[in-house]
Ligand binder design. Sequence first.
Ligand SMILES: [Zn+2]
Ligand SMILES: [Zn+2]
Length: 367
Amino acid sequence: MRITAAVSRAGAPAPVLEELELSEPRDDEILVRVVAAGICHTDLNSHIGLGMPVPKPAVLGHEGAGVVEQVGSAVGHLKVGDRVVISGGSCGNCPSCLAAKPSYCREAMPRSFGGRRSDGSTSLSKGDERVASHFFAQSSFATHCVANARGAVPIPEGVPLDVVAPMGCGVITGAGAVIEGLQLRPGQSIVVFGVGGVGLSAVMAAWVAGATTIVAVDTVAERNELALELGATHAIDAGAGDFMERFRAILPFGADFSFNTTTAASAFDAAVQVLAMQGVAGFVTRPREPWTPDMMAMLAHGRSVKGILGGSASPRLFIPKLVELWRQGRFPVEKMIARYDFADFGKAWHDCEAASVIKPVLLVGEE
Ligand SMILES: [Zn+2]
Ligand SMILES: [Zn+2]
């Protein structure tokens, strides 16, 4: 079928909307009419070739939500007309998949960044030109996408798809990290470095989970203010004054957890320094410059540093919980969303790059 998609071409400053051909879904896939799609920093990085390489041209997009239009013969949990949020791909058979930790699937990286199915085929083309598809098993910057069904999560009626679309990556990455990855318990404390979409999701999750001290750390005053509105008990402007001095005024003996969504080596240092005895520093990005952890400080305090992918959560188990929390008004994810018409893709992309909005969501089609 003919579709419109944002195509990433090597050297282009941003993806541009083009007409493409989309092939039929396979047995384990679904065809989704995309209603909304969030833009995540991994899309920005993959477009310019940072991090895991993605073959070009490619259609990116991995926070898609829409309506199922066709279902492969091997798909058991979905039917035509279902509303879904689409998360990443996984094999379903490796130890992590069997333990409901699909973000640590042995095939997670090729299934996310390989630009094709496991058999080497793509679902997208333009004339004779092959276009890489299946970015995070979906490539949802498009009016329709063929997605691996295993990562598609049914969404109940009455829950707006533009609100829940970012739950497929950014929101589960932050909220899952706190609840599943760090397993924060009521009465504990956490420091969140960087309160963009992932950090704010962590703040909301920490509040829901009963943390009694939630410290947001950012250089942007409006983001710190939003963090306070969404559950943070304190906020520190990372760009002003002695950070540790201000932190110790809040938690003299340190925090049970920190969660770092930034790439500054200084933040990785601070994320370890703020920890109490046996505290855990979770992180979701790499330091952009070489970083040498203070191993003695980690040893002397029994601290550890923990990488957390995809919130260490199963989207099909975890996203329905977030949706219910949203329905109850306890997880107001819409407060960090900025909506754009799909035709304004370039503006949404630019605003995401410039960090002038927190979570851009493209309105791709009617429900
Ligand atoms: Zn697997
Ligand atoms: Zn993402």
